[in-house]
Design a protein around this ligand. Structure first.
Ligand SMILES: NC(=O)c1ccc[n+]([C@@H]2O[C@H](COP(=O)([O-])OP(=O)(O)OC[C@H]3O[C@@H](n4cnc5c(N)ncnc54)[C@H](OP(=O)(O)O)[C@@H]3O)[C@@H](O)[C@H]2O)c1
Length: 295
């Protein structure tokens, strides 16, 4: 461990302090890696369980949406905050309350998602974005498509792919422009640290729109064994969830079926100068995360 601890508390001129909420999540990890690689950037990695944070040069920081009394300490003196929208009913109120605790000059980058016009339960998604836009802070909103990391995250499809060689997904024949979370992180890094992103709403996707059978073909090629997509109903896909989470999941899959995640944008390349990664490149770089024929 180096960088952060050498500047801790020193308030060095020119040092930028960034709070990354959700630092152990799909975008949080690559974002922390990008930020710590930049000179004179201190990274506070927010988690409800900071003891689980073992990212080089990241200061583990207690941050839970359920503990507002600790937000001020987490955000004290920061220049920028990356806000991973919590998928819960009170997210708009929580985000507004958090932003009231951060320094007035701090930049805010919100991780939202594609299809801004859907209202969700109780106008939920637009209200979460408005909490940022109305905060009086300098803001940027990221609206990504589905993350490629859902295939390698055990909380999503990884275990299904490993155990059964298939993944159930109610696509209704629609395609998805999967995006690598590392590309979302790269856009976030620019918006947090660089000029020119204030008031921007970035629609983010990967470079190609893939049907689910085509997606399965690419997973098969990476794994070296057959991986197939199984078309299921939305009701089947949301089994095990209840309440707001279920409502949100149903709505998300309805939007998938309506093709709302299919559109390809060039925003990643416009913002970062690098083309968005293909699913093939993503799968090649995940190594053993995708089960091979030998596992
Ligand atoms: N997933 C997608 O394809 C997708 C697409 C578009 C938009 N989004 C939006 O992006 C936001 C983040 O969603 P996400 O699904 O990508 O979640 P995520 O960032 O991977 O994880 C969110 C949080 O879950 C907690 N967590 C619990 N168990 C964990 C584990 N085993 N590994 C890592 N984190 C764990 C972590 O918080 P603690 O450290 O505090 O426990 C983490 O920050 C949501 O608002 C979602 O709607 C997601």
């Amino acid at each position: 461990m180096g960088g952060w601890f050498t500047v801790q508390g020193a308030n060095l001129a020119g040092t930028t302090r960034v709070l990354v909420t959700g630092v152990r999540g799909k975008t949080g990890v690559p974002l922390a890696e990008l930020l710590t690689a930049r000179p004179r950037v201190e990274v506070r990695g927010g988690s409800s369980d900071p003891s689980t944070i073992h990212l080089a040069d990241v200061r583990p920081t207690a941050f839970s949406w359920d503990e507002p009394s600790r937000w001020a300490a987490a955000a004290e003196g920061v220049d920028a905050v990356y806000v991973v929208r919590p998928d819960r009913a009170d997210a708009p109120e929580l985000i507004g309350a958090l932003l009231a605790e951060i320094p007035a000059q701090a930049r805010v980058v919100l991780l939202s998602e594609r299809d801004p016009d859907h209202t969700g339960p109780d106008g939920w998604a637009p209200r979460a974005e408005r909490a940022v836009q109305d905060s009086g802070r300098t803001w940027t909103i990221l609206r990504p498509s589905w993350f490629m990391q859902v295939f390698t995250d055990p909380r999503f499809y990884r275990d299904s792919i490993v155990d059964t060689g298939e993944f159930p997904f109610p696509s209704g024949g629609a395609a998805v422009a999967w995006i690598d979370a590392r590309d979302i992180a790269a856009v976030a890094e620019r918006a947090l640290l660089d000029e020119g992103h204030a008031g921007q709403v970035y629609e983010l996707s990967g470079p190609e729109s893939l049907s689910l059978p085509r997606t399965a073909d690419l997973l098969s090629a990476a794994a070296g064994r057959p991986v197939s997509h199984r078309e299921v109903t939305i009701a089947e896909a949301v089994v095990g969830t209840t309440g707001f989470e279920r409502d949100l999941n149903v709505l998300t899959f309805e939007r998938v079926r309506a093709g709302r995640f299919a559109e390809v944008t060039d925003t990643v390349e416009r913002v970062t100068g690098q083309p968005a990664r293909t699913l093939r490149v993503f799968l090649a770089s995940t190594g053993p995360a995708v089960p091979s024929a030998n596992r």
